[in-house]
Design a protein around this ligand. Structure first.
Ligand SMILES: *Cc1c(COP(=O)(O)O)cnc(C)c1O
Length: 732
């Protein structure tokens, strides 16, 4: 009999026998859909797709929404037709085994977290396209962190917000201008269940401000072995306006923002308390949750009778802070009035003055002209802070040196752990099969080992090239389907719609660029010399083609202008339809792009890209990176595993840097990338290119994986922080 509890809507026990009544079959599918574990297991994804491939696509690959369209009887008929019974049984058994398995990397290396897990706070979680509670890199990173913690068995609880409208859907109008559309996400279509307190009631937390009490209900999402709790202000008790507080991600003004961050931080800590979870470590992923330590300090003072200073010291011992941006404007700052309104009641209980509180958020505590900065609080109230790449570490130490004016720059207490990606999430199924055929059978359990990835050099070059080209063709089909839909929606002419159906050529070197359209990412760098660009696109024997995608923040007009500039190239016949803009960049679009392009282009203005992760996803699938040596690429590039734009330096004048790097970009394309791609042997294989693909996979896949990242966090941050707790408890 099954002993592992898997959440289902009906709460029914599922018999484990192989005799499947329609209801049992349905319940098993629902149990699979109710744990996001399915989202990184291709065999389960394929199972859902096979139930109804068209609806699967139309429903954003959402298995709960799909199952809700089936009755148990219809599901049984379909399972019979498609011979799905044993696949469903098998998947269900694997999920149960996965959740129950207790021998793991974490049980050996992070055992101390068993009773007191890590509480991982993040304003966004990018788990899957069907759950739009993320906007970009930060969210996807949190999602990958949680999934790797689950796979490794590192005890961790996620804390975030539930945005019922999430991030926006992007559509371009006929002028190429971005429009935003917000859609309500139906809770009943998501793997959310109300979190229950130990007494069995639905959980609601309260946070008082100077003016009112805010209420938030708590949802539970299962991500493999990890529990993710999401707070949601759309509950009775809140004013109509506050019911919308957590509707949108980064949608509101500063007041909305501080309230969201209050709910995430203080509400999150209270939710943990109500759930009787006592974290051993608090990990603040970016400054949004930096109020959390203040609430933990209040708890310690109240529960253990500590004075403020002792509680600060103890809580900081348990707190780990990750900073994510070297862009000064990217750090949240609030004025004193907003801080007092929202933190006032907490401040009273901490027994500190307004000036003391503000001082915690200031580089110079006594400086009245400074606002309250969330990053500064995070840095001051943590035992250990880290940036997300080596170069970002250096930049961050310089940026925040004034907090510790008595220290030399090297001794500023900010280290780095370079970001990585969750391999099972981003690896194409076809590439996984190639690795399955050529790597030792248990390779998925050894993904963090450099030796393992050297096996790629034994793979037949033709096999790797064929696999890549298969994926490239799938990408082009996806692009044509999407662009056709875009043009139809805009009501464009039949001729344009017809052209969309045949866009792009699988034999042409294909370059992808997909990311947020923040201006520092310089999406249009390649367009800076239009004549030179045009001759690259339309070269008679060695042309290139480009696929762009990305959203600009709704209030970022310069970012929207860049999108427009790219989108409007399609009206210029000189470009011969070799540039495509795909609308509505999200996890799904990203996955198609990084799995199918030949080259992944990244040209941010150095050193503003803290890490970047999309290029790491491309590595796994055999694409080559062409990137400025910024973020992760500054430490990844070795001269034979991809291509470098510029020389890893930058000029103080942005204009000059931009000019030099544009010219370097053209030069590298003309003299390295394009010749290497089109240099074929008698079998049509680009031998040198394939060698680079293999070098890229063998030197980078393990290093820039989320498994390596989470292991680094566990050994260098979590375990020492949790150890600090047990010492303190001895003292008490
Ligand atoms: C991976 C990913 C990102 C991160 O992109 P970078 O620009 O490389 O940091 C952003 N958005 C989505 C949807 C992603 O999947």
């Amino acid at each position: 009999m099954s002993t592992v509890e898997i959440p289902q809507e009906h709460g029914a026990q599922i018999p484990s026998s192989s005799d499947l009544s329609p209801q049992v079959l349905y319940d098993k599918c629902l149990a699979l859909a109710s744990n996001l574990w399915w989202s990184w297991h291709p065999e389960v994804i394929n199972l859902f797709r096979d139930l109804d491939p068209n609806r699967w696509r139309q429903l954003d690959h959402n298995p709960i929404a799909l199952l809700r369209e089936f009755s148990p009887q219809r599901l049984a008929v379909r399972a019979e037709e498609m011979v799905l019974y044993s696949r469903i049984n098998h998947a269900y058994r694997r999920l149960k085994e996965y959740v129950a398995h207790s021998q793991s990397w974490g049980s050996t290396h992070a055992n101390v977290l068993g009773a007191n897990p890590v509480a991982y706070f993040s304003a966004e979680f990018g788990m899957h396209e069907s759950m739009p509670i993320y906007s970009g890199g930060l969210g996807v990173l949190s999602g990958d962190h949680v999934k790797s913690a689950s796979d490794l068995g590192v005890p961790l609880i996620g804390i975030g917000l539930f945005y019922d409208q999430g991030y926006f859907k992007q559509h371009l109008d006929t002028h190429g201008y971005q429009n935003e559309e917000y859609l309500d996400t139906k809770v009943e279509n998501l793997p959310l269940t109300p979190a229950r307190s130990p007494d069995g009631n639905d959980l609601t937390v309260e946070i008082e401000t100077r003016n009112e009490t805010l209420f938030a209900k708590v949802w539970l999402v299962r991500v493999g072995r990890v529990q993710l709790y999401l707070l949601d202000c759309d509950v009775e008790g809140n004013s109509p306006q506050d019911r919308q507080l957590t509707s949108r991600l980064y949608g509101g003004d500063e007041r909305t923002r501080i309230r969201q961050e209050l709910v995430l931080s203080v509400g999150g800590v209270r939710a943990l308390k109500a759930l009787q979870i006592t974290p051993g470590v608090y990990h603040l992923n970016e400054g949004h949750s930096a109020f959390a330590p203040l609430e933990v300090i209040r708890e310690r003072m109240h529960d253990d009778g500590l004075c403020f200073d002792d509680a600060v010291r103890d809580v900081a011992q348990q707190t780990v802070f990750t900073t994510h941006t070297p862009v000064p404007a990217g750090h949240d700052r609030f004025d004193g009035v907003l801080v007092e309104e929202h933190l006032g009641p907490l401040r009273d209980q901490l027994g500190i003055s307004f000036d003391q509180l503000m001082g915690l958020g200031r580089v110079e505590p006594q400086n009245d002209t400074e606002t309250f900065c969330m990053t500064v609080v995070g840095l001051k109230l943590s035992r250990k802070a880290n940036a997300v790449s080596s170069l970002h570490g250096k930049v961050s130490r310089r940026m925040w040196a004034h907090i510790w004016p008595w220290r030399v720059e090297e001794e500023i207490p900010i280290g780095h752990i370079t970001n990585g990606v969750h391999i099972p999430t981003w690896l194409a199924w076809q590439m996984k099969q190639l690795y399955d055929r050529n790597f030792p059978s248990e390779w998925m359990r050894r993904m963090g080992e450099p030796e393992l990835w050297k096996n790629i050099h034994q793979v037949d070059p033709g096999e790797l090239w064929e696999t890549h080209n298969g994926l490239k063709n799938l990408l082009l089909e996806f692009v044509r389907r999407r662009v056709t839909r875009q043009t139809q929606r805009r009501g464009e002419s039949d001729q344009i719609i017809e052209t969309s159906r045949h866009l792009l050529d699988p034999n042409v070197l294909t370059i992808g660029f997909g990311r947020r359209f923040a201006t520092y990412k310089r999406a249009t760098l390649l367009l800076s010399d239009l004549d030179r660009f045009r001759s690259l696109l339309t070269h008679p024997s060695r042309p290139i083609q480009l696929i762009f995608a990305g959203k600009a923040h709704p209030r970022d007009e310069p970012g929207k202008k860049l999108i427009q500039e790219i989108a409007n190239t399609r009206h210029d016949s000189h470009f011969q339809d070799r540039i495509v803009f795909l609308e509505d960049y999200d996890i799904n679009v990203c996955r198609h792009l990084i799995q199918g392009v030949d080259v992944w282009l990244n040209n941010p203005r150095r050193p503003l890209e803290a890490s970047g992760t999309s290029g790491q996803k491309a590595v796994l699938n055999g694409a080559l990176n062409l990137s400025v040596r910024d973020g992760w690429w500054a430490e990844a590039y070795d001269g034979a595993n991809g291509f470098s734009i510029g020389n890893g330096r930058h000029h103080v004048d942005d204009k000059i840097t931009d000019q030099r790097e544009a010219s370097s970009l053209y030069h590298v394309l003309e003299h390295q990338v394009i010749p290497m791609f089109y240099d074929r042997d008698i079998d049509g294989l680009p031998q040198q290119w394939i060698k680079y693909m293999m070098n890229s996979i063998s030197t980078l896949a393990w290093r820039f994986s989320a498994h390596r990242m989470v292991m680094d966090y566990a050994t260098t941050c979590y375990v020492p922080a949790a150890g600090g707790l047990s010492c303190d408890m001895h003292r008490i």
